[in-house]
Design a protein around this ligand. Structure first.
Ligand code: FES
Ligand code: FES
Length: 153
């Protein structure tokens, strides 16, 4: 089957029931999305399908009909996505394990809501768990990223 990931097309030989996360990590080599719980409960594996955040550990690859974007496709070292830039400036990450998923949920939120309230952030980010407890810095970074985006950075 053919999968578009981070703007590139891949031919993969996968059982349609294989979780998208397995296809991304094991067949395509996109190891940015992480395996946490495997049951759509932690958000570590979050990627986008046509811009919508999905839990790739629980989505069969055969059901993916749109373009997939991973943490590896949203910015480059020379030109970070505003959310990545804000994450760095606020020094959000601790162990880092949950952060690819957190960033992908935050990117999707800011694509929908340019200036999110605390409630918007709680709604959008509630499914992304962080055992290191970086939640206050995540909230600050989302607000900073919103400002960076509005300023066109
Ligand atoms: S690994 Fe997918 S939600 Fe936890
Ligand atoms: S930074 Fe460690 S789990 Fe979130």
């Amino acid at each position: 089957m053919r999968l578009t990931v981070d703007g590139q097309s891949f031919d993969i030989d996968a059982d349609p029931d294989m979780p998208l996360l397995w296809a991304l990590r094991d067949l395509i080599g996109k190891t940015g999305p992480k395996f946490g719980c495997g049951i759509a409960a932690c958000g570590a594996c979050t990627v986008h399908v046509d811009g919508q955040p999905v839990r790739s550990c629980s989505l069969p690859v055969g059901q993916v009909s749109g373009a997939v974007t991973t943490i590896e496709g949203i910015g480059t070292a020379g030109r970070l996505h505003p959310v990545q830039q804000a994450w760095l400036e606020e020094q959000v990450a601790q162990c880092g394990y949950c952060q690819a998923g957190q960033i992908m949920s935050a990117v999707a939120l800011l694509d929908e809501v340019a200036d999110p309230s605390d409630a918007d952030i709680d709604n959008a980010m509630g499914g992304n768990l962080c055992r290191c407890g970086t939640y206050p810095r995540i909230r600050s970074a989302i607000k900073k990223a919103a400002a960076l985006k509005t300023a066109g950075l």
